[in-house]
Design a protein around this ligand. Structure first.
Ligand code: BJW
Ligand code: ZN
Length: 270
């Protein structure tokens, strides 16, 4: 079957009137579901000024992932890897959550059962007020030991030419993020699989859905009977599987969606 999602909502028509007219069904589903899981990717932070990875202006156009986001790159050129992470850490330390992050924080308060699974390492969801967050790929504001994985408390800037070492084992300090070829934290990914499987509604937002195991989560949710909603201006491998494909920026679509739900859901947290 040449796939097409059941419902396509086109971004340039997003607006209050349009939402009222065209997304009634989506809103009804969001009003009546009990368990909501959300997967976010770099796209949700794009409107805050954090570059995405893929696409025309993505980081991978300018930088090679295998030279920066792998353990072998770090072993070969730790100073180059640290220069790159220092640059990104500084950038991510300056940016602010956008209306998409804020809408998801408000959405969480409408559910007794809500999990935000993010591939992002920028910490913007927590800054926006989200609480039940699973950070699949770590957090750029933390460091750990490259050998024994021990977390390091103080987070001062790392001098790429004089990388600090672990007090416990002497290993080099690295950013606490998940590189290609590395396992995700077992508890975090197991919980992510469980909540995806148990969800009634699963929103995939701002991810190209090509990096596994994260990309398997929406597929698993759909297979287990969840309504799958994708929000992304570009189509992805997930689009034809989705029950609703919203071709819009997350910061434009999520706030009016949440506005439609405000005060109308029946299981608000006490
Ligand atoms: C907007 C927007 C707006 C723009 N609003 N939207 C199964 C099949 C095939 C391969 C594998 C597999 N299992 C494992 C693999 C290998 C690999 C993998 O998946 N490779 C694929 C690329 C082929 N996976 C791994 O290695 C993972 N580990 C693992 O599986 O361990 C087990 C294992 C061990 C040993 C051997 C084999 C297996 C680890 C993956 C770690 C990914 N790490 C990175 C870097 C993190 C640190 C850092 O940031 O520096 O994570 S890579 C990068 O990609 C980053 C992201 O989290 C991740 C996903 O990217 P994301 O978020 O989707 O961003 P983009 O840029 O791709 O997309 C942005 C989207 O937003 C676009 O679609 C835009 O249209 C959209 N957008 N503006 C809404 N305003
Ligand atoms: Zn160590």
């Amino acid at each position: 079957m040449t796939g097409a999602p059941a419902n396509i909502i086109v971004g340039n028509q997003v607006g209050r009137t349009y939402l009222a007219a065209m997304t009634n069904e989506l809103v009804e589903i969001m009003l009546n579901c009990r368990r909501c899981a959300v997967l976010t990717g770099a796209g949700i932070s794009a409107e805050s000024g954090v570059p995405t990875f893929r696409g025309k202006q993505g980081l991978w156009k300018e930088f090679k992932p295998e030279e920066l986001a792998t353990m072998s790159a770090f072993m070969a050129n730790p100073n180059i890897v640290w220069q790159w992470y220092n640059w990104r850490r500084e950038l991510m330390g300056k940016v602010e959550p956008n209306p998409g992050h804020q809408a998801l924080a408000e959405l969480e308060d409408m559910f007794t059962d809500f999990t935000l699974i993010t591939q992002n390492i920028d910490g913007l969801h927590r800054q926006a007020g989200s609480k039940n967050i699973l950070e699949l790929h770590g957090n750029i504001h933390r460091n750990k030991c490259a050998e024994c994985n021990q977390h390091v408390a103080a987070q001062t800037d790392i001098d790429p030419d004089n990388i600090p070492t672990c007090e416990q084992c002497g290993g080099r300090i690295r950013p606490d993020v998940v590189w290609f070829g590395e396992m995700l934290d077992n508890d975090i990914i197991s919980t992510a699989f469980r909540v995806s499987e148990e969800s009634d509604v699963f929103l995939s937002i701002g991810t190209s859905a090509v990096v596994h195991p994260a990309a398997s989560l929406p597929m698993m949710a759909k297979r287990s009977g969840a309504t799958l909603i994708e929000i992304n201006p570009e189509r992805t491998p997930l689009t034809e599987l989705a029950d609703f494909y919203v071709s819009a920026r997350s910061g434009e679509f999520l706030p009016p969606l949440v506005e439609q739900l405000r005060g109308r859901r029946t299981d608000p947290k006490a």
